[in-house]
Write a protein of this length. Structure first.
Length: 526
C-alpha cells in the first residue's frame, strides 16, 4: 500500500511561517493561514469557500445575505503579500514554501530546488542568502525589494527571478529614488547610436495591417496565440535586448508577447503617415522593481514620453490593487495618438529606478480618433458576428471557470456569442484608454428554468455585478427577466470611466449559486 503522508515537512513549513516575527505582527493572517493549511492536511480543502473563510477564519457573523466575498478576498490578498514579505526576508532559506495562487484558496507546498542543480539559468543563480546580500549592495537598505507582488503565484520562481534581475544590473540612479524625475526627456545626443534606422512617412496602415513590434527579438516574424503576425525589434535607439527566462513565461496571458524585451534608457521612432492611431504598450510586471515594504508607498519605475513629452505616462506599481487581481502584466492604451512633425511616432523610455523596459508595441490606425472596440466572448476561440466584427477569446479575467453548452439560443441573430460562459466568483479587468465608455454585458440562462440543462426556476441564480465601486446590477436574476432558458438578455451601461490605472473592472459576485456572463462589449462613446 502507498505510504500515507503525515505532512511533516509541510507542517514544519507552516510552523516556521506562523512563528516568525513577520507573522507575529499579523495575528489575523496567522489564523487564516493556519485554517487553510489544516483544511488541506485533513483532506477537506473542498470545504474552503469565501463564506466559510469569512465566518470560520475571520470571525464574521453568519449572514445568509452576505457571502463574505469582499472580506475573504481582501484578507487573502494581504496574506499573499505577507507571505511574499516573509519569504523575502526571514524565510529566504526555507526548503518548503507555502504558495497561495490568486483565486484559489487551497495552499500549495513547493520544495525549493538546490541552487547547485543543473538548470538552464544555473550559471546566473546564487544561494538565497547571497541573493539578499546582492540586493542590499545595489540599493539603499530602506528600499527593500521583497520580490514582486506578481510572484505571489510562484514564490519559488520569484527567488530565481530576483537574482536574475539584479545580478547584472548597475547600481540604480539614486537621484531617481530620492527626488522626482524630470518630466523632460534627454536630447537625442545623449542616447546610444541608432541601431535600426527608419524613414518617416513610409508606412500605411489598415485595420488588418497594424504595426506590431517585439522589442528585443531578433526574429523577423513571430506569430502570437491569436494568429497575429509581429515583427522583430526595429526603429529603436539605445537600450539592450533581453530574453525572459522560459520558467516565467507561464505567468503571462500569452507567452509569445513577453518572450523578449528592451531595457535601459531607449527610444523608438516609428514612421507613420499623418492620421490618428491607437498605441498599446505591453509590460511583464515581474521584470522591474516595484514595492517599498518599509514605507508601503508606490515606487516609481520609469516614464514614457510620447512625441517629446506631448504625453507623459508613469509606469508604476501600487502596493494594493484588486483583491483577486494578480498584475503579472500591464497593457497600457493611448488613443488619438498622431505622428510628430518629423513623421515619426516618438517614444522615449526614461528610467527613474534601475531601468525602463517594454515587451511589445502595437500601433493601430483609428481614423475617427476613437478607441477600438473591445469584444470578448467567454470561449476559447474567436467568434465573428453578423457584422463581421471579431470577438476575442476569453481574456482579462481573474478566477471563475469556463464552460461550453449546446442549448439552443433564441432572441439573437448571433447565437454563437452565447455558446460559452464564465461562471463562479470572478472579475474582468479590462485595459482601456482614457475616456467614457458604453459597456454591454451579454447573458443567457442555460441551466435553470424551462428547457434548461438542470433543475430549478427563478431565484435559483442570483448575483451582483459591480464596476469599480459602483453596483451595475444588484440581485440580478437572468431567468426572472427572460422567463425561460436559452433566451438572451443584454444589459447596457453608458458613461463608464476607467479607474486611475486605466482599467474597467467588472466584478461578478454570487448571491445564490454562481454568477455568469457570456460576452462583454466595451465601446468608446467619443
Amino acid at each position: 500500500m502507498p505510504e500515507v503522508s503525515n505532512f511533516a515537512k509541510e507542517r514544519q513549513s507552516l510552523k516556521s511561517v506562523t512563528s516568525s516575527a513577520c507573522f507575529s505582527r499579523a495575528p489575523h493572517l496567522t489564523k487564516l493561514l493556519s485554517y487553510l493549511c489544516e483544511k488541506y492536511f485533513g483532506g477537506r480543502s473542498g470545504e474552503i469557500k469565501e463564506y466559510t473563510i469569512a465566518t470560520d477564519a475571520l470571525g464574521r457573523p453568519v449572514d445568509i445575505d452576505d457571502t463574505g466575498s469582499a472580506a475573504a478576498r481582501v484578507q487573502m490578498h494581504r496574506l499573499r503579500n505577507k507571505l511574499t514579505e516573509y519569504y523575502a526576508q526571514e524565510g529566504v532559506d526555507d526548503p518548503v514554501r507555502i504558495v497561495l495562487k490568486p483565486g484559489v484558496y487551497t495552499p500549495q507546498f513547493v520544495a525549493i530546488n538546490s541552487p547547485t542543480e543543473s538548470q538552464p539559468l544555473a550559471a546566473r543563480h546564487v544561494s538565497l542568502s547571497r541573493l539578499w546580500e546582492v540586493r542590499n549592495k545595489f540599493q539603499p537598505r530602506r528600499w527593500v525589494l521583497a520580490g514582486v507582488s506578481v510572484m505571489l503565484a510562484a514564490a519559488a520562481v520569484w527567488a530565481a527571478l530576483t537574482h536574475w534581475q539584479h545580478s547584472s544590473l548597475p547600481a540604480p540612479d539614486q537621484r531617481g529614488l530620492t527626488s522626482p524625475p524630470s518630466l523632460s526627456p534627454p536630447s537625442s545626443t545623449t542616447l546610444s547610436t541608432a541601431l535600426a534606422p527608419a524613414r518617416p512617412g513610409t508606412f500605411r496602415l489598415s485595420p488588418e495591417n497594424a504595426i506590431r513590434i517585439f522589442p528585443g527579438s531578433d526574429r523577423p516574424k513571430v506569430i502570437d496565440a491569436q494568429g497575429n503576425i509581429w515583427q522583430g525589434d526595429r526603429y529603436f535607439i539605445g537600450g539592450e535586448a533581453q530574453v525572459t527566462p522560459p520558467a516565467l513565461l507561464g505567468l503571462t496571458s500569452d507567452p509569445a508577447l513577453f518572450e523578449t524585451y528592451r531595457r535601459g534608457e531607449f527610444s523608438y521612432k516609428i514612421p507613420l503617415a499623418p492620421g490618428s492611431y491607437e498605441l498599446h504598450l505591453y509590460f511583464a510586471d515581474f521584470l522591474g522593481p516595484r514595492l517599498d515594504f518599509q514605507s508601503n508607498k508606490v515606487v516609481s519605475d520609469f516614464l514614457v514620453f510620447i512625441n517629446d513629452g506631448a504625453t507623459v505616462w508613469r509606469h508604476q506599481r501600487f502596493p494594493y490593487t484588486y483583491a483577486t487581481h494578480l498584475p503579472l502584466e500591464t497593457e497600457k492604451i493611448f488613443k488619438n495618438v498622431t505622428p510628430a512633425k518629423d513623421g515619426f511616432l516618438n517614444l522615449h523610455f526614461q528610467p527613474t529606478a534601475n531601468f525602463s523596459y517594454v515587451n511589445a508595441i502595437t500601433v493601430y490606425p483609428t481614423p475617427d480618433g476613437r478607441a477600438r472596440g473591445i469584444r470578448i466572448v467567454a470561449q476559447g476561440k474567436p467568434v465573428s458576428d453578423r457584422h463581421g466584427q471579431v470577438w476575442l477569446p476569453d481574456r482579462y479575467f481573474t478566477a471563475g471557470n469556463l464552460v461550453a453548452h449546446g442549448l439552443p439560443i433564441t432572441g439573437t441573430p448571433d447565437p454563437e456569442l452565447f455558446a460559452g460562459e464564465r461562471y463562479g466568483n470572478f472579475q474582468y479587468i479590462v485595459p482601456v484608454a482614457d475616456g467614457n465608455y458604453e459597456v454591454k454585458l451579454y447573458f443567457v440562462e442555460t441551466w435553470f428554468g424551462q428547457g434548461g440543462l438542470g433543475s430549478g426556476g427563478a431565484g435559483s441564480r442570483v448575483f451582483r455585478v459591480d464596476c469599480g465601486t459602483e453596483t451595475l446590477l444588484n440581485r440580478f436574476d437572468i431567468l426572472a427577466e427572460t422567463g425561460m432558458a436559452g433566451r438572451v438578455l443584454v444589459k447596457t451601461f453608458p458613461h463608464i470611466q476607467p479607474d486611475e490605472e486605466g482599467h474597467i473592472v467588472l466584478s461578478f459576485i454570487p448571491i445564490e449559486n454562481a454568477a455568469c456572463v457570456n460576452a462583454i462589449e466595451i465601446r468608446d462613446e467619443g
